[in-house]
Design a protein. Sequence first.
Length: 160
Amino acid sequence: MTEWIRVGMAELKVGKAPAKIITLGLGSCIGVCAYNTTLKVGGIAHIMLPDSSLGIGTINQAKFADTAIPLLIEQLESQGAIKEQIIVRIVGGAEMFSASGQNVHLGVGERNIIAVEEICRRLNLVLSAKSTGGHAGKSVTLDLNTGVIEIKSMSSTFIL
């Protein structure tokens, strides 16, 4: 029987094959999926906001792109992964809401996408694929046996 590791909003979790990691309800949030094919270890960070400077007091590192991505890589390295061998794919960053019922978007999804891509560049992580933007929420499953990511939205299911 497959072990399912569930990642909630503003959470980050790692695991090993044969487990599967799942996060639900990525709207403007970004799911950063990182995987090492040799060791079959991986993780998902469900990032809500681009920058920890938006936090007040003690911050939840998994909530922000600038703190979650380094923490995700650090946790994978603690499992024996080598940073240069980690495959990174991102999902989410949709524009789910408009301001005051008008056709003006808040831009949270777009700001999250830009922040995640910039942090990955800074950390010399290569984004191998992405499914970002749009106006629909998505859920993501990372199969730690194969590295395959399944993305589900209201209208479709596809592999990344």
